[in-house]
Design a protein around this ligand. Sequence first.
Ligand SMILES: [Zn+2]
Length: 341
Amino acid sequence: MPKCDICGKPTTSHKIEKVYVCHTCWVNRSGEVESMREEIELAKIFADNVRNSGIVISNKLNGVVTKYELYEIMAEYQDMLNNSLFLDPDGTLYIKIESKVSERLSNLIFKFALEEGWPFLLDLIKVYDPDNEEVIDCSTILNAISRMVILTRHKEGVEGIPVEALEYMVKFHEAPDTEWEESFVCGWGFDHPDFRFKEILEQAVEDDESIWASGILEPAFYADQKKAAAILIEFLRKDYVSNVDKMKLVQAVTFYTDAKWDEPDLLPRYWDWKRAVDYGRFRWDDEVERALKDAIEEELADYIAEGQSKVIHDTIGRIADSIPAYEIDFSKEWSLEDLGI
Ligand SMILES: [Zn+2]
């Protein structure tokens, strides 16, 4: 039997939402019953507010005129995401709220960034620092920064990108999925004079984050395939980098694009950068492609062949560890696309 929430006696006499009160308390401790009722009512309002916050915030964003109004709503959004985790630690509610707000908020931050330039975003970076535990979600800021990085590179050249923005993106190398992926876009700044890109790649390989390293190397190919290929080849030639890591790094030419360099890119989200900057069509330069293929063949052919034989002998029929390039045949003419999983 349920117990009275005030005295603990088993009872079903009175009920407020999910809470029981015995009849004695109901009569003799009516003051306590009343404040309990208020508390329950407030909790209900709180929960309703959080549940509806996705739509409410999204609507408010429609009316934003000044950046100060935007700041206020962004703060409210953080609070609501935080509250949602309190109500629903599984994160289902969080995802529901985020899905209502994320695209619209990213677009609006980007709009202000276009109007006010980099200083606007650099101010946001200071507030929405992922190292600050109170900050819940940075993905919308990261998205707007990603767009500005690509745009600035095309309009002004790589030096026009503030290095703080690139360093900010790197902070998300261990973030949950959305931010982790969006951080790949920092590769657009790979040849910035103040950006320690190669050092970051080294560190990532050392920390067993070679997939992330390949993720940030991938956009570098869009930016300048010749220079990007030189970096990839440099890593393929390093004796201390394991074959497993080399194989992951090679995915810089296959992983996100799925080797379809000529089709719309998925990053950054909500924005077709190829159209925005009038990129045209990506084509492999013959010399670059040749150099890449030579390096891959020389460094990885044996390793890949070994992986392929394991796949063939795998009696369970699984493709062991989804080895990339498991169908490639180096004895015949092959293309970089064949490296895909
Ligand atoms: Zn009682």
